[in-house]
Design a protein. Structure first.
Length: 335
């Protein structure tokens, strides 16, 4: 598993992070609707091409999580997107779960689908150039939620996904996301995240997953978006790092954060505040979707004449988060 460990380390290389460009069809449709364009394969290809052919982002981005359709797509010149990334020294990755569905016996909780037929799909993705995979499980905080049953089922499925990925020679990004939805306080988020991560690492150990060949993708410790007040970046950083030090083994090369409903600047500021602490054994990086793409997508709006300014905005956001990797970001550095 030496190769997997080396790939994992490259994924969380200093000053770099991961672009999450793996929006499912329903998600990209919603985002395109906001800028007034339809979610056709042609428009999806044009948008991903705009991002992936940008000049210079390889200074700040180590890998890109792609959607299944995107991994099979090519540029207008006929070059597969995976090859474009490889030429830049950026690792191509792939979302392999098939979305969340209602858990048996519950109308509130979800379990992630996609284990059926996974080994065959992993083989195909590796042949298409993927170097790593991603699987997301979601947990909602509420009255008596999440339940122990839900936490355990998602943990077992994440472990099975991770084991299958490593067998296929791919580094798994294990993503248990405690959602920001709700009016809970930051301490409730810490409590639930600790419980979830404890279960996940217990199941990973039982499945004999090599921890030095995985990446953890996690939420930060944040209050619910409907909570009466926001937490300060210093409080978010302190509580998040303290939580991870309790439950994340030192063998894990790095933790990449999801932006999870934060604004572009909030996600950067909070990551920066954590990396100013420095007293932890793993790399703390980013794997942002909206927090890297939102403004760029709005500028692009499906128009060829907007490609260059949209690419510049994407590059700038990647650079700001690169600075946050070493705790050297400042709002004064924004454009």
């Amino acid at each position: 598993m030496k190769d997997l460990s080396q790939i994992a380390k490259k994924m969380v290389a200093p000053k770099k992070g991961i672009l999450a460009a793996d929006e499912s069809f329903p998600t990209i449709e919603k985002r395109f609707a906001k800028i007034g364009i339809s979610s056709t394969e042609e428009n999806r290809q044009a948008y991903r091409q705009m991002l992936l052919t940008s000049e210079g982002y390889e200074q700040f981005i180590s890998g890109v999580i792609l959607f299944g359709e995107t991994l099979r797509q090519k540029t207008d010149d006929g070059i597969p997107f995976a090859k474009i990334l490889e030429k830049k020294g950026v690792l191509p990755g792939i979302k392999v779960d098939q979305g969340a569905a209602a858990m048996d016996g519950s109308s509130y909780e979800k379990v992630t689908q996609g284990l059926e037929g996974l080994p065959a799909r992993l083989k195909e993705y590796a042949e298409l150039g993927a170097k790593f995979t991603k699987w997301r499980a979601v947990y909602k905080i509420g009255d008596n939620l999440p339940t122990d049953k839900n936490i355990l089922q998602n943990a077992k499925d994440l472990a099975q996904f991770a084991k299958n990925s490593q067998k296929a020679g791919l580094v798994p990004i294990v993503e248990p996301e405690v959602l920001m939805d709700g009016s809970h306080d930051i301490n409730s988020c810490v409590e639930v995240t600790e419980k979830v991560l404890t279960a996940v690492f217990s199941e990973l150990k039982k499945a004999n997953v090599d921890l030095d060949g995985i990446i953890l993708k996690s939420n930060m410790a944040l209050p619910g978006k409907d909570f009466v007040s926001k937490a300060t970046p210093a409080e978010i950083a302190k509580k998040t790092v303290e939580l991870f030090k309790k439950v994340v083994p030192k063998d894990v090369p790095g933790i990449v954060f999801l932006s999870g409903g934060q604004s572009e600047k909030e996600a950067t500021i909070n990551l920066n505040e954590m990396n100013k602490i420095k007293d932890f054994p793993w790399e703390l990086s980013f794997s942002y979707g909206r927090a890297l793409q939102d403004t760029a997508m709005n500028i692009w709006a499906g128009k060829k004449e907007n490609i260059a300014p949209a690419q510049q905005k994407f590059l700038n956001r990647a650079k700001m988060n690169s600075l946050a990797r070493s705790g050297s970001y400042s709002e004064d550095l924004e454009e």
